[in-house]
Design a protein around this ligand. Structure first.
Ligand code: 13P
Length: 250
C-alpha cells in the first residue's frame, strides 16, 4: 500500500515569490507521515523542484498526448519529467470545462504520461446537476472507465474524486456521500484492474478541503488523501492539512 498523499493544485496561481511557501512547508513537514505533492504552474516547475527537497514531490497540471511537435503553448509529459516533475494532474474539471477535454483525451494523455514515467492524478467528479439528478455514481463510473487506461497500477495512477460543485465553493459533500463515491471507485478499480491494483491505487478527495474539515474527511473509508486547491497556496493552510493526513489512521 502506498503512502497517503496530500496534493496541492496551485492552478493558475503563483510566481517566484510563492516559492517561499514551499520552503516553509519543506522545513516544517520534512517527516509528515504522508507523501506531499505540489503541482505549480509550469513556469515554476523547475525552480520548485530544485528547492523543494526530497520530502515534497512536484507535478504538472496537464500534459499533451503527443510526445512533441507543432502544438503551440502545450507541454509534453517528457518536458514535465525533465523539469523535475514526478506526477501530472489529468482531466481536472477545469480543463474538461475550459478546454473541452473528454475522457478519451484524458486516456491518451495518461498513456503519454506513463511513457514518460510520470504518475497520473486522474480527476473525476459530478456536476451539481448530476448530483441532484441521482447520476453521481454513473457519471464517475463512466469517467473512470473512459479515462483510465489498461495497465493502471498504484505506481501509475492516483484517482481524485472532485465534485465540480464543491470546487472553490466552500461546499463539501457529507462524509457519507464521500464514502459512497470512494467505495464505488474502489470497487470499480478492483473489478477493472484486479485487487492488487484496485486496493493499492490511492483515491483522493478534492473540493473545498480546509484545515477545519480535513481530519474528518481523512477519517472516511477509502479516502487516501486530498487534492487541495485554494488551501494549498499558503503553508499556513496546507501545513495543517498535511499534518491531519499524517495523523489519520486510514
Ligand atoms: P479547492 O480546494 O480550491 O476547492 O479546489 C479543489 C481542486 O480543484 C483541486 O484540484
Amino acid at each position: 500500500m502506498h503512502r497517503k498523499l496530500a496534493a496541492g493544485n496551485w492552478k493558475m496561481n503563483g510566481t517566484g515569490a510563492s516559492l517561499a511557501e514551499v520552503e516553509a512547508l519543506a522545513a516544517d513537514h520534512a517527516d509528515a507521515g504522508c507523501e506531499v505533492l505540489i503541482c505549480p504552474p509550469a513556469t515554476l516547475l523547475s525552480r520548485m523542484a530544485d528547492m523543494a527537497g526530497p520530502g515534497i514531490a512536484i507535478g504538472g497540471q496537464d500534459c499533451h498526448a503527443a510526445a512533441g511537435g507543432a502544438h503551440t503553448g502545450d507541454i509534453s509529459a517528457a518536458m514535465l519529467a525533465d523539469a523535475g516533475a514526478h506526477y501530472v494532474i489529468l482531466g481536472h474539471s477545469e480543463r474538461r470545462a475550459d478546454h473541452g477535454e473528454t475522457d478519451a483525451d484524458v486516456h491518451a494523455k495518461a498513456q503519454a504520461a506513463w511513457a514518460a514515467g510520470l504518475t497520473t492524478v486522474i480527476c473525476v467528479g459530478e456536476t451539481l446537476d448530476d448530483r441532484e439528478g441521482g447520476r453521481t455514481l454513473d457519471v464517475v463510473h463512466t469517467q473512470i472507465a473512459g479515462s483510465v487506461p489498461n495497465g493502471a497500477s498504484p505506481e501509475r495512477v492516483v484517482i481524485a474524486y472532485e465534485p465540480v460543485w464543491a470546487i472553490g465553493t466552500g461546499k463539501v459533500p457529507t462524509l457519507d456521500q464521500i464514502g459512497e463515491v470512494h467505495g464505488a471507485i474502489r470497487a470499480q478499480l478492483d473489478d477493472t484492474f484486479g485487487t492488487a491494483a484496485g486496493t493499492g491505487i490511492r483515491i483522493l478527495y478534492g473540493g473545498s478541503v480546509k484545515p477545519g474539515n480535513a481530519a474528518e474527511i481523512f477519517g472516511v473509508a477509502d479516502v487516501d488523501g486530498a487534492l487541495v486547491g485554494g488551501a494549498s497556496l499558503k503553508a499556513a493552510d496546507f501545513g495543517p492539512i498535511i499534518a491531519a493526513l499524517g495523523a489519520s489512521d486510514g
